[in-house]
Design a protein around this ligand. Sequence first.
Ligand SMILES: [Zn+2]
Length: 271
Amino acid sequence: MSLTTTLKSLLPERLHGPLKEAAYRATSFLYAGDRYECVFCGGRFKKLLPRGLSYGVLVDQHVVGGGIRDNAFCPRCLSYDRERLVYLYLKNETDLLRRPAKVLHVAPERQLLKVLRRHPDFQVTTGDLFCKTVDVKLDVTAIQFADHTFDLVLCNHVMEHVPEDRKAMREILRVLKPGGIAMLQTPISLKMAATDEDLGDIPESERIRRFGQKDHCRIYAQADYPQRLRECGYEVELFRWWETPGHYGGKDNRSALNAEEVVFVCRKPVA
Ligand SMILES: [Zn+2]
C-alpha cells in the first residue's frame, strides 16, 4: 500500500459529510496527475482510491461493484465509480438532464445528487429508510407517492439489501411515469448462473460468507437479474459503456469507470 493510500486510510471511515469532503480535498494534491479526470469535480489524478470489500465470495463469484477494485473513489469529491457511470449514462444517452423532471433519489449518492440539485428545472426528492439527512423516510416496498409521479428514480445498491426486492421493483415501477427510467444498479456476479439469495434469519457471518456483506440478502447474477426486472414489468436494456467510445473517457477509461459495470436501464412501458 502506498504512502498516500495509507494516509487516506487513516481518515476515520465514519467522518461524514462536509467535514469528510474537506479532509479529502485537502489531501487530494497527493494524487495529482493527468491519467484520470473526475466528471464531478474536474480533478485530474494519476490514480484514484481503491474501494470495495475483499471477502472471498466477491472474488470467487466475480462480483462487479462489490469486490475491491483500484481507481474507484475520487480522492477529492469522494464520488464512486458507479455514480460517475450513472451520471454519464443519463447525460449522454437520455434527455433527462436537459428538461424539467421529477426525480426520486433513494439512498442518494452525494455527487450525483449535487448535480441533480443544481438543475433549475428538477424537483428532486431524496429518501432512505435509515439515513436522517434525506427529505423523506422511505421504504422501497411501500412508497408513499402516487402512481406515475417521477420521470427518474435512482435506487442504486439498495435491492441487494431488500428481502422483498420484487415488491420494491414493482413499487418503483408504479411511481414512475410511463416512459420514465429507473436506475437499479447492484453488485452483480458475472460468474453465477443464477441469483443466490436467502431471505431467512441467518447470522451476519453467514451473510458475509455467502453474499459478501453482513446486511445483504443475496448476490444477483447478471445472467438472471434483467429477467427478474422484466418480470416486474420493466423494459430492460443492458448498456455497456465500453462499446460507446468518446463520452465515457474512451478506451483508456479516463473517467475511471468500473471496466465491467453494465448499466441496467429499466424503463416503464409507455402503453
Ligand atoms: Zn471528483
